[in-house]
Design a protein around this ligand. Structure first.
Ligand SMILES: C[S@@+](CC[C@H](N)C(=O)[O-])C[C@H]1O[C@@H](n2cnc3c(N)ncnc32)[C@H](O)[C@@H]1O
Ligand SMILES: [Zn+2]
Length: 293
């Protein structure tokens, strides 16, 4: 696979027709066109009369997440995702038309998707699968595109439309990110799968309680399963949990990369950087959903 040819799976955000690539531009049959940025991503957000001040994560959150994740603190999660995606793509159902498409919605700065892509390419070769990353935060997508030249990243708002063709996605990833069940159902292939990662109740304890960080909704897993029940059934669940001992900038980054960034006073965040040896529980639930046929 040559790096980032865009093909015709991506849809025009104005009219919904397929986008085709001509040099450094993507264009639909109705002449709506979108330039491919220097870093190699495409911005498909449309101008709004009253755009929100921030779309998705703020730049400081994105940078904190990049620093934190590249230190390998969530490596067990990336590895579990990679193993699940490899298994799903090599299953009997996944033989057939190539390439298969894998999309990460709310991909952030691309760490987990990058790890998944690396493992899948090593296992299946780089031509068999095309990887896509979508996020509404342009800063996140820009960082992601710079680091992962074999993945197609685009900026778009999940609340509106995922902008990939109906049934195109064999595996959809949704890691600590918002969900749009109707759009998930539209883009995932009939024999495809959806992997959702949510925090388990003890995630980031006891720090979460001590700092007054945003709480994890009670019964979150049941809520997610119910939310997706129209098109997806839970096929399996994997729990991943371990302790970290953190201090200094790492501790500050861990908190700054969560939505609590918006709620905690800057002094509270800054004070974290002065602490050392703070024990934090990390606990994820990886939910694997199969698409009803
Ligand atoms: C907690 S971060 C997780 C990022 C990444 N999945 C990871 O685990 O490293 C949530 C991500 O969802 C993105 N996001 C929030 N609202 C969104 C929307 N409406 N459309 C697309 N992405 C959105 C944020 O910009 C952010 O990158
Ligand atoms: Zn168009």
């Amino acid at each position: 696979m040559s790096a980032r040819e865009w093909g015709s799976v991506l849809l025009c955000p104005v009219c919904g027709a397929p986008l085709a690539q001509a040099a450094q531009t993507l264009r639909c049959a109705h002449a709506h066109s979108f330039d491919i940025a220097r870093e190699g991503y495409v911005n498909l957000l449309l101008a709004e009369r009253r755009p929100p001040a921030v779309r998705g994560d703020a730049r400081e959150m994105v940078q904190a997440r990049r620093r934190f994740l590249e230190r390998g603190h969530y490596a067990p999660l990336s590895a579990a995702l990679a193993a699940q995606v490899c298994a799903l793509l090599t299953s009997r159902a996944a033989r057939g038309t190539r390439p298969l498409h894998v999309l990460d919605v709310g991909c952030g700065e691309g760490h987990h998707l990058g790890e998944v892509q690396r493992h899948v390419a090593a296992r299946l070769g780089s031509d068999a699968v095309q990887f896509w990353g979508m996020d509404s935060a342009r800063d996140a997508v820009r960082l992601a595109a710079r680091r992962h030249p074999d993945i197609r990243f685009f900026v778009a708002d999940l609340r509106r439309c995922i902008l990939l063709a109906d049934g195109a996605v064999r595996v959809l990833l949704n890691v600590f990110a918002p969900r749009h069940p109707a759009e998930f159902a539209r883009v995932v292939a009939r024999d495809g799968a959806l992997l959702v990662v949510i925090p388990a109740p003890e995630h980031l304890m006891p720090l979460r309680a001590e700092l007054g960080m945003l709480e994890i909704e009670t019964g979150k897993r049941e809520h997610v399963i119910a939310q997706l029940a129209g098109a997806f059934r839970l096929a399996s669940m994997q729990e991943i949990s371990y302790d970290l001992s953190l201090g200094g900038e790492e501790l500050r980054d861990l908190v700054a990369m969560t939505p609590s960034y918006w709620h905690l006073p800057p002094e509270a965040l800054a004070a974290l950087a002065g602490q050392q040896g703070v024990r934090v529980r990390v606990a994820f639930e990886l939910l694997v959903f199969a698409r009803y046929r």
